[in-house]
Write a protein that binds this ligand. Sequence first.
Ligand code: 6GU
Length: 252
Amino acid sequence: MRIHILTIFPDMFNGPFQHSIVQRAVNAGIIDIKIHDIRKYASDKHNSVDDYQFGGGPGMIMMPQPIFDNVEGILAELTQLELASTRVILTSPQGKLLNQKTVKLFSKQSNIVIICGHYEGVDERVREHLITDDVSIGDYVLTGGEIAAMVLTDAMTRLIPGVVGTEASIEGDSITSGLLQHPIFTRSNTFRDWNVPEVLLSGNHGKIEQWRRRQSLDRTLRNRPDLLVEANLTEDDRAYLRSLGYRDANYS
Ligand code: 6GU
């Protein structure tokens, strides 16, 4: 997969992809990340990429022309087959909230183009005529789309086959499995008087699985009850949730 990131702050990307799993994926040739400086596509003598908004209002708006020229230059290099598996994504607080399902869909594409929104936003013609998807990473406002582009790149990368060691570590993820992950422990068995739960040392795999499942349900109910509506729950799970006092109209 090739990931193109269009930004007016290319230097922000020095670092985040040069460590750990993403770096390994780049070195192994599984992904290729290309950072594009939108300003290089500016066409006036001041290298403008932004301007005031028509109708008046606060702040500056990203101009359409440098973004169109940059994206169209990238798309022109692609084959028909690649074009059919390419997404052009705009990061902005007005986008659709990113979730694991969307990340998974994106991770199957051959090319991903991410335009990092800035200032008050981008000219609406970019959204209307250039992008395939607009993405927000949460209900808060960032100074720009760069960090969101890093988040998206990171989340897509780990889903590409061969990047993360075992399928099991992906399928067992919080969210991917529909529930939050259960608590996990490593050495030492006793740390500052705090013991690892007895059951994990019991060697009884049936009991361990049951404990983990219940901890997952517990944690999901406490932190993300919204996930329970879509989660795949067994009769046992439902009985356990009822014992915790969970009652929800959407859930039966
Ligand atoms: Cl994608 N961009 C900005 N500027 N703020 C955000 C965001 C994106 N997602 C959440 N907040």
